[in-house]
Design a protein around this ligand. Structure first.
Ligand code: G
Ligand code: G
Ligand code: MN
Ligand code: NA
Length: 250
């Protein structure tokens, strides 16, 4: 309960922060954008990762307001970056249930002046599990705004492939568990190669997550994954570190 009270206050107390992790394009190894990752700077517990409080926020009905804050903060921040850089925001299924997500996204774009094509919304397969007409309607409305939709943690859900034709995603992000196993397991490497090919066939961008070594990056590049994300290229960083990261990369 103590945590719940604290989380209810966290927004008002300005304790939520966004960190940003770079995404790297295969063609030129340039940064193409950043994924916004939520952190809670708790007064006594220190920096709390989202795995420790997102689920609670969902249960306690707080994810709507937190998600709205994340959208606004991410768009406001990205609007200050060079205009070729994108920002990715993670959405929880509950944000679709609440019904005002599309209005929130529209408002965040308007308030920040960010071009819609620079905003990428990451959803997980869990969202599509119930396959409600209302969810698909909202996804279509979001795409109509001009934002991009990515399927996150691809491969970890129940029937990944079935979802790819139900909705026109712009990108799939291959879960980092596949990348971690790729060199020890030929079958996993084959699956990765097949997903990359699937992306080319369906005209989807394919991002490999959790890239930690040069060897992994080289193999994934050979498979023609479009984009990399992982500790090899950059850890999630506070917003103030982004300018020097971009400088160092050039
Ligand atoms: O940053 P980290 O690797 O600890 O993130 C852990 C998980 O939390 C990831 O699965 C990520 O998708 C999720 N997450 C991070 N930030 C947000 C956010 O702003 N909203 C939602 N719904 N999930 C987030
Ligand atoms: O589910 P989602 O893709 O949103 O999760 C992003 C999470 O993955 C963040 O918590 C981030 O810290 C973590 N992450 C990003 N890159 C790497 C990596 O190279 N290795 C590992 N182990 N985790 C990573
Ligand atoms: Mn993500
Ligand atoms: Na992911």
């Amino acid at each position: 309960r103590a945590l719940e009270m604290d989380l209810r206050e966290a927004l008002a107390r300005d304790e939520l922060k966004l960190f940003f992790q770079p995404l790297i394009g295969r063609r030129d190894n340039e940064t193409t954008g950043f994924e916004a990752l939520l952190r809670w700077q708790h007064p006594t517990r220190g920096l709390v990762p989202p795995s420790d409080f997102i689920e609670c926020a969902e249960q306690w009905g707080l994810i709507g307001r937190i998600g709205e804050w994340v959208l606004n903060e991410a768009c406001r921040t990205a609007a200050t970056w060079p205009s070729h850089l994108t920002v990715a925001v993670n959405l929880s299924p509950n944000q679709f249930a609440s019904g005002d997500l599309v209005d929130q996204v529209r408002a965040a774009l308007k308030a920040s002046g960010l071009a819609p094509a620079r905003l990428e919304l990451e959803i997980t397969e869990g969202l599509l599990l119930h396959d409600s007409a209302k969810t698909l309607e909202q996804l279509a409305a979001l795409k109509a705004l001009g934002v991009k939709i990515a399927m996150d943690d691809f491969g970890t859900g129940y029937s990944s492939l079935a979802y790819l034709w139900r909705f026109p995603f712009d990108k799939i992000k291959i879960d980092r568990s596949f990348v971690a196993e790729m060199q020890d397991n030929v079958a996993i490497a084959d699956i990765l190669r097949t997903i990359a090919l699937l992306g080319q066939t369906l005209n989807l961008e394919v991002t490999a997550e959790g890239v930690e070594t040069q060897a992994q990056a080289r193999l994934l590049a050979e498979m023609r994954c479009d984009q990399f994300q992982g500790f090899l290229f950059g850890r999630p960083m506070p917003v103030g570190d982004i300018p020097s990261f971009l400088m160092a990369a050039t």
